[in-house]
Design a protein around this ligand. Structure first.
Ligand code: MEV
Length: 431
């Protein structure tokens, strides 16, 4: 997106699908081919799908929307989100609008370091094996570097070794080698797994043990994204709720998640609503990201909130989120899936770290949307209007009629398909 463009697109939601695409493509400066990827529903032909997975009999579609209003590290950005749940995209866009008033989101990432694990069993002397492996650290890293000259030429490669001894497991003691590898803009599963396999003979001979598993860890706690935002208290006010009361309500809601795993699971699920939607839209592995996020939330030994909310000295609301984000902009489906490629182009992200920053910002916005609603009007009201629209559509409403019928059902307090059909009939007679 050029610096003169804005992600603030008032009334975007009122446009038709074609008009929205036109507008988003113009804002993001998409070329005709990239734009066309969005026009092909699902974005994936059967033969492309057939090359991605086995026994393919079709392609499964999801709504792909655009979250507006985001400013991340001073850059205006339109964020593609693939998700079937109502209110998520609207919630993210609305919170991004509030965050604009405090300068938007500020995000950073660590280097893209992934961890490969090599499990070694039947070692005669664990401590001696550890010392021996560490003595040969440089040789081992050089061997790991041989697996992907391309990543090496881009500045990535093996960075470090860590040794963990697990003395008491159900299968007895074992030594675990962590290979820390910079995978640059790739998610890195392939390179890590290949490197871990390649090191096996060397590690067996050094440890005098037997290498068993060789696989990456999804607890990618060396590949973190962090994001903050400040929402002026005044921006939180709405209807009868004052800004400070909404702010305090949000902090109390967060404190609940901080202290209680039952609440933390739901709180973090709200964050992942935003995170996964962008991860999916960009063709990344959302199961990997989910696994990493929840494991990270339990890193202290007690599962807790991934985010933090508090008031700053000026009385404004401050949000913070940190989570592992193993996502790539090259390799895997990110380049094979035409729509994933187009979604990356829509955001104009240059590399995996920028993508992780956007994803973290959307996660924090989504968390705020849920907490703000829960701490004030409750989430059902927002859900109800979308629910009512869906019921109206199911009852045959079209165009303007959808909003008219939905509004009537909400006003009458009866959101039901039978009632919606009656209203559609009446509407036809009146027009
Ligand atoms: C629903 O998908 C997500 C929420 O439950 C998150 C939360 O409770 O914080 C609304």
């Amino acid at each position: 997106m050029t610096s003169t463009q804005t992600s603030r697109l008032p009334g975007f939601y009122k446009l038709t699908i074609d008009e929205r695409l036109e507008r988003a493509a113009a804002v993001a400066g998409l070329d005709a081919k990239t734009k066309a990827a969005f026009e092909r529903l699902g974005g994936l032909e059967a033969d492309q799908a057939d090359h991605m997975a086995e026994n393919v009999i079709g392609v499964f579609g999801l709504p792909l929307g655009v979250a507006t209003n985001f400013i991340i590290n001073d850059r205006e950005i339109l964020v593609p989100m693939a998700i079937e749940e109502p209110s998520v995209i609207a919630g993210a866009s609305f919170m991004a609008k509030l965050a604009r008033e405090g300068g938007g989101f500020h995000a950073e990432t660590t280097e893209p370091l992934m961890i490969g694990q090599i499990q070694i069993m039947d070692i005669p002397d664990l401590e001696a094996a550890k010392t021996k492996i560490l003595e040969h650290r440089d040789e081992i890293l050089t061997e790991a570097d041989r697996v992907d000259p391309m990543i090496l030429s881009l500045g990535g490669g093996a960075r470090d070794l860590e040794i963990r001894i697990l003395k008491e497991t159900p299968a007895g003691p074992m030594l675990i080698v962590h290979l820390i590898f910079d995978t640059r803009d790739a998610m890195g599963a392939n390179v890590i797994n290949t490197a871990a396999e390649r090191l096996s003979p060397m590690l067996e001979s050094l440890s005098q043990g037997r290498v068993h598993l060789k696989i990456l860890s999804n607890l990618a706690d060396r590949r973190l994204a962090k994001v903050t935002c400040t929402i002026p208290a005044a921006a939180l006010a709405f209807e009868t709720f004052s800004g400070p009361s909404v702010r305090d309500g949000i902090v109390e809601a967060w404190a609940f998640a901080e202290a209680d795993p039952y609440r933390a699971a739901t709180h973090n699920k709200g964050i992942m609503n935003g995170v996964d939607a962008v991860v999916i839209a960009t063709g990344n592995d959302w199961r990997a990201v989910e696994a990493g996020a929840h494991a990270y939330a339990a890193r202290s030994g007690r599962y807790t909130s991934l985010s933090k909310w508090g008031a700053d000295e000026a009385g404004d609301l401050e949000g913070f989120l940190e989570l592992p984000l193993a996502v790539g902009t090259v390799g895997g489906a990110t380049r094979v899936h035409p729509l994933a490629k187009a979604c990356l182009a829509l955001m104009g992200v240059e590399n995996a770290r920028e993508l992780a920053q956007v994803i973290a910002a959307v996660g924090l916005a989504q968390n705020l949307a849920a907490l703000r609603a829960l701490a004030s009007e409750g989430i059902q009201r927002g859900h109800m209007s979308l629910h009512a629209r869906q019921i109206a559509i199911a009852a045959g409403a079209e165009g303007d009629q959808i909003d008219r019928i939905a509004a009537k059902m909400i006003a009458q307090g009866t959101i039901h398909i039978k009632h919606a059909r009656e209203l559609v009939d009446q509407d036809h007679h009146q027009s």
